[in-house]
Design a binder for this molecule. Structure first.
Ligand SMILES: NC(=O)c1ccc[n+]([C@@H]2O[C@H](COP(=O)([O-])OP(=O)(O)OC[C@H]3O[C@@H](n4cnc5c(N)ncnc54)[C@H](O)[C@@H]3O)[C@@H](O)[C@H]2O)c1
Length: 95
């Protein structure tokens, strides 16, 4: 089954936890993945956030499933960075 074949999923908080699990589940179901995560430690909230390496390993895992993957290290509060990531995703993956 490839319920999401031909679709592109843009996922924030994608390097770790629920975001990563969703990215891999959608890739298994045929979606190409744009994965965005801050991928560095922030002063707030104070607990461990993802590391840059987790974005790289996610990209490799998605590609290992035969899907295309773009990864972005960006903060969701940075509107310009978010817009640039969406533009690049649409240009390279479509959708
Ligand atoms: N784990 C649960 O059972 C559960 C249940 C319900 C809701 N939630 C909510 O779902 C969300 C994700 O939960 P999780 O357990 O996967 O958390 P997590 O901490 O494992 O993952 C969150 C991801 O978001 C990234 N991130 C944090 N701030 C960011 C920012 N400003 N810009 C971009 N990326 C950022 C982190 O680096 C991390 O990779 C949280 O808001 C959580 O409160 C979690």
């Amino acid at each position: 089954m490839a319920e999401f074949a031909g679709k592109v999923a843009f996922i924030t908080g994608a390097a770790h936890g629920q975001g990563r699990a969703v990215a891999l589940a959608l890739a298994q179901q045929g979606a190409d993945i744009a994965a965005l995560d801050v991928a560095r430690q922030l002063a707030y909230p104070g607990y461990r956030l993802a590391e840059a390496d987790e974005l790289r390993t996610l990209q490799a895992e998605v590609e290992g499933l035969g899907r295309r993957a773009l990864v972005f290290a960006a903060d969701v509060r940075d509107e310009a960075a978010m817009a640039a990531a969406v533009r690049q995703t649409a240009a390279e993956l479509g959708g």
